[in-house]
Design a protein around this ligand. Structure first.
Ligand code: GLA
Length: 394
């Protein structure tokens, strides 16, 4: 699949720009085992990069112009690096404009490039296709022009591009997972210090299955930024109550409970979710290390319920998908994944039951919503990287 993607993008580059690309880069999407909506709340997350990619074919063009071709959309866009770069109306181009702007702002020099890109990461499915684009482009410029950016700096540029050129006030999880992914490893990331460690993603007789609700979300128009504002407001009030508290990590559930009246129902439930979710991630890491997958699965269901009832970022379709497997003895855990309001559920399923589950849930989902469910059996893969051109037919 990867090889085919690379070949198609390379062939398209030749057509567009009349020569083979000089470089190929791959930037993966991500899953998250647990730790949702806590990356911007000083929590921990447990994501991993997957074998779905944005592929970039790219060459230096000796000018100051960046020429982009989005193969999947059949759209082109160009911008001049000598001019001030600002976000425009074309959403996908803003990822590139944002990255170029931020690298320029750091005083780092690079030249015009020709780019063709294409993706096997479904868009709006909660698999972070946008982070893959941002980080892939930043990574490519960094390699091609020896800019000296660390992987962490690349991830941070991706996040800032999202904030300033796309308008989504996201956390760091998606970009970090895309850039730092490792084969068969999940990343336990401390979103406060950006310290991280890898843990084996070996679920023995279980495997991860994504069920795509096909409900598309864009975080820009969803309640994502609202949630950020609500928890910010909540934390400020909690800090007044408990001056020793610096971040959500320092808070106990009891302290949030005791502040219910001051917070008001909505903000109280948002804060309660955050404090509980931060703890769940730590418990999940212990469960994973002990190969206690039953406990891990229970924590995933608890996360879903919290996201649905207290954080209110789920939707009817995602709730249906989590409930459809809740009492299935072959499914240890399931939950909505990513920003929410649509996208996928992530399920921990007994390997030999995967196909049966897909069949059963697809049928039930079709009956209920008249939507054709899509299932992804993902593999945990390495992060953003340069692809050897030898396979690309270059
Ligand atoms: C989106 C954001 C991430 C994170 C998740 C929810 O994917 O981009 O930063 O907040 O939602 O966990």
């Amino acid at each position: 699949m990867k090889k085919k993607l690379v070949q198609q993008v390379s062939a398209c580059f030749k057509e567009q720009f009349g020569a083979a690309p000089g470089h190929i880069f791959l930037s993966p999407g991500r899953i998250n085992i647990i730790g949702e909506h806590v990356d911007y709340n000083d929590g921990f997350v447990l994501p991993a990069a997957i074998n779905k990619y944005v592929c970039f074919a790219i060459s230096d063009n000796g000018t100051n112009t960046v020429n982009l071709f989005a193969k999947d959309l059949n759209e082109s866009y160009s911008f001049d690096l000598t001019q001030p770069l600002k976000p425009g109306d074309l959403m996908w181009a803003n990822f590139f404009l944002g990255v170029a702007h931020l690298i320029k702002e750091k005083g780092l020099a690079f030249g015009g490039v020709n780019v063709v890109f294409s993706s096997t990461i479904p868009m709006g499915a909660g698999l972070s296709s946008s982070a893959a684009v941002e980080c892939g482009f930043a990574f490519a410029l960094n390699k091609m022009y020896n800019l000296g950016l660390s992987r962490e700096a690349v991830a941070l540029i991706g996040q800032k591009a999202e904030h300033t050129f796309v308008g989504v006030n996201c956390g760091i999880m998606d970009q970090f997972a895309s850039v730092f992914g490792k084969k068969r490893k999940v990343i336990k990331l401390d979103c406060n210090s950006l310290e991280y460690e890898y843990h084996n993603a070996d679920f023995k007789e279980y495997s991860l299955l994504l069920l795509d609700s096909k409900v598309k979300h864009t975080l820009l128009t969803s309640g994502y930024n609202d949630r950020r504002n609500e928890v910010e407001q909540g934390l400020a009030l909690l800090k007044e109550q408990y001056p020793e508290v610096k971040t959500f990590r320092d808070l106990t559930e009891a302290q949030v409970e005791a502040s219910k009246n001051i917070l008001g129902d909505v903000v109280y439930r948002r804060c309660l979710f955050v404090v509980r979710e931060i703890k769940r991630v730590l418990d999940a890491v212990t469960a994973l290390e002990n190969e206690d997958f039953a406990t891990l699965g229970k924590l995933m269901f608890a996360t879903h319920d919290g996201l649905s009832k207290n954080y209110e970022v789920s939707c009817e379709e995602l709730d249906f998908l989590a409930d459809a497997v809740r009492n299935d003895e072959n499914v240890l855990g399931a939950r909505m994944m990513g920003g929410g309001f649509g996208g996928c559920t992530i399920n921990l399923v007994k390997k030999d039951a995967v196909n049966g589950i897909i069949e059963r849930v697809s049928q039930e989902y079709k009956e209920k919503f008249n939507i054709k469910l899509e299932a992804y059996k993902v593999k945990i893969s390495k992060g953003t990287s340069q692809y050897t051109t030898e396979y690309a037919g270059i």
